[in-house]
Write a protein that binds this ligand. Structure first.
Ligand code: SF4
Length: 411
């Protein structure tokens, strides 16, 4: 059986750009029909369009088994249901989609109603991620989201009425003017919805965004790192007390079964195919092109598509793949990524996997650093189940500096 794979579909359309966002998306829907046709073409080209589930094509490749599919953006919920149906049908034709595959769809309040959500369910979507961001009208205004608090509440209720039980909410903290007291109100509010998953992201001021420009003009002050650490610690403690497992630096789940399987695949560095403008792919690829895997080649390769809808459509209409760049990861880069991603999660770094990758003993190589982190109560080595090094909550609050300390020794 082929190696399990995750698939990411980037839907690069938004009704309006939010003030903090640097994801690739555009504010017009005029390219949407051509985008959907190009996306289907990209999937067909990269997988070998003659392949059908269970069959082997002329060059001996078998369709890859897909265990997670994620529609992200942008605003996937701007896609008409008919287009979602076409995209899923193409994926089912070109891959072997597992019967129990996790199929997630990002939804923005203000763009969906119950009919749309029921439609997604009937198409096989079984997990929704709703971008509510906050229940504080002032924060929503600062972030320039398109929706109201009422629309967020309606969207959550509608997803439940449509029969979804695997629902995640996205929240943001650390916005200009926000205090711990107002953030606590957001946390109390989300508890009431009893959803399976919560993502709590710390706001970052990305250069090129309107919020960053306002900051540069001195219109607000960035909360200091001390207060942001307080937000982080309080979020973790509060949600853990209320039944959510803090399994990744920004992610919380009600039990292991409700963790995001798709994002966990990223953190475990398993292969994924990304489609759409600006989408990234990762895997051991050969020179036949992205998406064509060569079991004989072990170097992981990351590739990413052009971040321009028009150029994406033009490339595919000319029968070319819209790849912007590819990068073969060196061994030190692979080790650093594994360490960095492992430190983000409550499962920690899989020491046995890193030992196998490097041929060296992790605990010997990093002994002074690991000892220091243990002494300071920031990290711990566990031997069961499996040999792992993981950060405590205080360690995770200092993630960036700890990753830097490992990077100094790896690169
Ligand atoms: S809806 Fe999401 S992707 Fe679109 S601009 Fe806002 S944050 Fe960015």
């Amino acid at each position: 059986m082929s190696e399990p794979l995750s698939v990411y579909i980037h839907v690069p359309f938004c009704l309006k750009k939010c003030s903090y966002c640097d994801f690739y998306s555009i504010g017009t829907l005029s390219f949407l029909p051509a985008y959907v046709a190009s996306l289907q073409r990209e999937i067909q080209i990269r997988t070998g369009q003659s392949i059908r589930p269970g069959l082997v094509d002329r060059v001996g490749r078998v369709p890859q088994r897909v265990t997670t599919i994620y529609f992200g953006g942008g605003t996937p919920s701007l896609l008409p249901l008919e287009d979602v149906k076409k995209i899923l049908a193409t994926l089912h034709t070109c891959y072997q989609v597992a019967g129990d595959a996790e199929i997630t769809f990002e939804v923005n309040p203000g763009t969906v109603d119950q009919g749309y959500l029921s439609g997604l369910k009937s198409l096989g979507v079984n997990r929704l991620s709703i971008g509510v961001q906050s229940f504080d009208p002032y924060k929503i205004k600062v972030l320039s989201r398109i929706h109201t608090i009422e629309a967020s509440i309606e969207a959550i209720e509608a997803t439940k009425s449509a029969g979804f039980d695997n629902i995640g909410l996205d929240l943001i903290y650390g916005t200009p003017g926000e205090t711990l007291a107002t953030w606590r109100q957001d946390l109390h509010m989300v508890l009431g919805f009893k959803v399976a998953h919560l993502s709590c992201y710390m706001l970052t001021l990305e250069p090129g965004t309107p919020l960053h420009a306002q900051y540069k003009r001195g219109l607000f002050q960035s909360p200091g790192s001390g207060i942001l650490t307080d937000f982080f610690m309080e979020t973790s403690t509060f949600l853990e007390q209320h039944g959510y497992d803090h399994y990744e630096i920004s992610n919380f789940a009600r039990g292991v079964q409700n963790r995001s399987r798709h994002n966990s695949a990223y953190w475990q560095m398993t292969p994924y195919d990304g489609f759409g403008p600006a989408a990234h792919s990762f895997g051991s690829l050969n020179d036949k092109g992205p998406g064509v895997r060569d079991p004989g080649r072990v170097s992981p390769v990351r590739s990413w598509n052009v971040a321009d809808v028009k150029a994406y459509i033009q490339a595919l209409s000319a029968g070319k793949l819209p790849v912007h760049e590819r990068e073969v990861l060196s061994l030190p880069q692979q080790v650093l990524e594994r360490v960095m991603l492992g430190l983000r999660t409550s499962d920690g770094i899989d020491i046995t996997a890193v030992d196998k990758m490097t041929g060296q003993d992790f605990l010997t190589r990093f002994a002074p650093l690991v000892d220091r982190l243990e002494r300071q109560g920031l990290g711990v080595v566990l031997t069961s189940p499996g040999k792992r090094f993981l950060l405590t909550l205080s360690g995770r609050a200092r993630l960036d500096s700890i990753v830097e300390a490992f990077a100094d020794k790896i690169l």
